[in-house]
Design a protein around this ligand. Structure first.
Ligand code: ADE
Length: 419
C-alpha cells in the first residue's frame, strides 16, 4: 500500500459497499470507465485531485485509474470526507488518499501538500485550494503541470481572477460551466442535499416554516424550489436585480437581508460571497433560528461575530451548535457553517454526480487531446461533450427523445420562410 492518511483503515469494507451502491447510480461514468479501460486515454498521467472524498468521487478516481492515470486524492473541505470511503480507496483501490472528516486547518493543508508531493502533471480541484497552494507555496512544481480541471462555481471564479491577473500558469477546464453540470448538480443536487443535511442535523418540519434563501443562482434556485415544494414559505435575498426579479416572478418574496433576518426560521446561504448574514443581523433573529451554509466556503455567515455576541455555545446534536444570546434567544449553526450537504449529509446523490463526474473524465480526455493548442486560461467544457453526457444520461434513464425530421432541420436552418 502506498502512503496515505485516513481516519481508520478498518472502515474499508463499509466504504466499498457505499462505493458500489453509488456506482449503480452512475451509469454514464461506468460506461466511460469501461471505454477508458480499453483505450487508456490518460496513460501515465500523474494527477493530484482535491475533491470531496465521497463514494461518488471514489467512482471518479476508479475511472481515472482505469484510463491509465496515477492519481492521488485529498479532500477539498475539512468536513466533507466519508471516512469509510477514504479507507476503501486506499485498501481496495490502491488510490493514495489524504482526508479525515473533521480535520483541522493544519491537517487540511498538510493533506493538500501531501497530494502535491505526488508531483502532478494534472490537477483536479473543487474550490481551487490546491491550485492556489501550487501557485503560491509550491511553485517549483509548476514546470511539470500541463493542465487541470475545476469542479465548482467558487473555484471557477477564483481561477478566472487568477487568469485575469496573469497569474494562472496552465490551462484549466471549468467543469462547472457544462450545462449538464450546473443545471443539474448545482440546482437539483444542492436543492435536495442541502435540505437533506438540515433535516438530518435537526429533524425540523419544513412545512409551515419560513425559509430564507441567500442567493438566487443555480444553487439558490434549487433550494428555494425544493423548500417551497415541502410547504415552506420561501423568502429570497439577492443582490443582482435580474435574478431578484426572476425570484419574484417565480413566486418568492424578495427582500433585503436585514428584513429577512427578522422573519426566518431557517437561513440557507448559497451566494458564494461572505457575511451575507452577520453582526447586525444576529440580534434581530428569532429564537431558534437555524443557519445553514450551502456555498463552498464557510464565510457566508459572520460566525466570528456570532461567537463574540453569544454568551456560550454547545453542541446539542451532531452537526448542530447552539449559541445562547445574552437575551436568552438561541441561534443554531449547522456543520460549523461549512457545506451543510456534505458536512451533515452525504452530498449530492450519485444520480446527479454521474453527470458532473462524466464531465470531469471527458474533460481530462479532451485536455490531453488538445494540450498543444491550449493557453494558460480557463476553458469551458466543449459543447459536444456536454451534449454527449446528456444523451448518455437520457439513454441510461430509458428516455427517448424526438429526432428532428429532415424537413424540420432544413426549416430550423433557413431564413426564407415566414408568414
Ligand atoms: N459535491 C456535492 N456533492 C458531492 C458528492 N456526492 N461527491 C463529490 N462532490 C460533491
Amino acid at each position: 500500500m502506498r502512503p496515505a492518511d485516513v481516519a481508520d483503515p478498518g472502515l474499508a469494507d463499509a466504504g466499498r459497499l457505499r462505493i458500489e451502491w453509488s456506482d449503480r447510480q452512475m451509469p454514464v461514468l461506468a460506461d466511460i470507465r469501461q471505454r477508458f479501460e480499453r483505450e487508456r486515454p490518460l496513460e501515465g498521467w500523474r494527477i493530484s485531485a482535491c475533491l470531496h472524498v465521497t463514494a461518488e468521487t471514489a467512482n471518479l478516481m476508479r475511472t481515472l485509474a482505469a484510463g491509465g492515470a496515477d492519481a492521488v486524492l485529498c479532500s477539498s473541505n475539512p468536513l466533507s470526507t466519508q471516512d469509510d470511503v477514504a479507507a476503501s480507496l486506499v485498501t481496495h483501490f490502491d488510490i493514495p488518499t489524504y482526508a479525515i472528516k473533521g480535520e483541522d486547518r493544519d491537517s487540511y493543508y498538510a493533506h493538500i501538500a501531501a497530494a502535491l508531493d505526488h508531483r502532478p502533471q494534472v490537477t483536479m480541484d473543487d474550490g481551487a485550494d490546491l491550485v492556489n497552494e501550487l501557485h503560491t507555496r509550491r511553485q517549483e512544481l509548476l514546470d511539470e503541470v500541463v493542465g487541470g480541471t475545476e469542479e465548482t462555481t467558487t473555484g471557477v471564479i477564483r481561477l478566472r481572477a487568477m487568469a485575469k491577473a496573469g497569474k494562472l500558469a496552465y490551462p484549466i477546464v471549468a467543469v462547472n460551466e457544462a450545462l449538464t453540470k450546473h443545471l443539474f448538480d448545482n440546482r437539483y443536487g444542492t436543492g435536495q442535499s442541502a435540505i437533506d443535511g438540515i433535516l438530518r442535523a435537526t429533524n425540523i418540519l419544513f412545512a409551515g416554516s419560513t425559509v430564507v434563501v441567500g442567493g438566487y443562482g443555480w444553487v439558490g434556485r434549487g433550494i428555494a424550489t425544493r423548500a417551497h415544494g415541502m410547504g415552506a414559505s420561501v423568502v429570497v435575498v439577492e443582490v443582482d436585480p435580474i435574478r431578484a426579479l426572476e425570484a419574484a416572478m417565480d413566486g418568492f418574496r424578495v427582500m433585503t437581508a436585514a428584513e429577512a433576518a427578522r422573519l426566518g426560521d431557517v437561513f440557507i446561504s448559497g451566494t458564494g460571497n461572505l457575511n451575507v448574514w452577520g453582526r447586525h443581523h444576529f440580534p434581530e433573529m428569532r429564537d431558534g433560528a437555524i443557519l445553514a451554509n450551502a456555498g463552498h466556503f464557510n464565510d457566508e455567515f459572520e460566525l466570528g461575530a456570532l461567537e463574540e455576541q453569544a454568551q456560550s455555545s454547545r453542541e446539542v446534536r451532531p452537526f448542530t451548535r447552539e449559541y445562547l444570546m445574552p437575551d436568552g434567544r438561541r441561534i443554531y449553526v449547522l456543520a460549523d457553517g461549512r457545506l451543510v450537504n456534505l458536512g451533515a449529509a452525504e452530498g449530492h446523490p450519485a444520480m446527479v454526480m454521474d453527470m458532473s463526474f462524466a464531465n470531469q473524465a471527458l474533460g481530462l480526455e479532451w485536455l490531453r487531446e488538445h494540450l498543444d493548442e491550449l493557453e494558460p486560461r480557463v476553458y469551458g467544457i466543449p459543447e459536444g461533450i456536454d451534449r454527449e453526457v446528456a444523451r448518455l444520461k437520457l439513454e441510461s434513464m430509458g428516455v427517448h427523445i424526438e429526432p428532428m425530421t429532415p424537413e424540420q432541420k432544413a426549416y430550423s436552418e433557413s431564413y426564407e420562410s415566414g408568414t
